[in-house]
Design a protein around this ligand. Sequence first.
Ligand code: NI
Length: 168
Amino acid sequence: MALLEILRYPDSRLRNRAKPVDTIDAETRQLVDDMFETMYKASGIGLAAIQVNSTKRLLVLDISEQRDDPLCLINPEILSKEGESKEEEGCLSVPGIYEPVKRATHILVKALDRDGNSIELELEGLPAVCVQHEIDHLDGKLFIDHLSRLKSTRIRKKLEKEARQADD
Ligand code: NI
């Protein structure tokens, strides 16, 4: 297992779009395991492959308090959405920023698990929000893209400044 580097906004590689995984081979499973390790180390609840500079269409999450309920979704696809809520979100790639985002409250999602089994999950609340946030990453989208232009510009400037200061 290995810790991976998490790309930070405004890194342009966060705009890459993921490609479907054809075969779940040893390399893919290694990536999944490394992503779990990286997510747990960073105290995150979800991580998409795009965030660690891989274009494989997969994500990992664990929203449990005990950090003992890992879920891996490969080639996830939202089949249906219902309801609407606006909850505060954050992102390991956009550190220190928390803003409310409008999302569906219920989703039906299908995917493959780490062993390649087909799964279909009905999710609501936080897991539903988390999966929508991570699937956005796989499409090159960030949660701040859902905010007003004024707000997202302010966030970009703040993080660019922080990145420059970190380089000094
Ligand atoms: Ni994120």
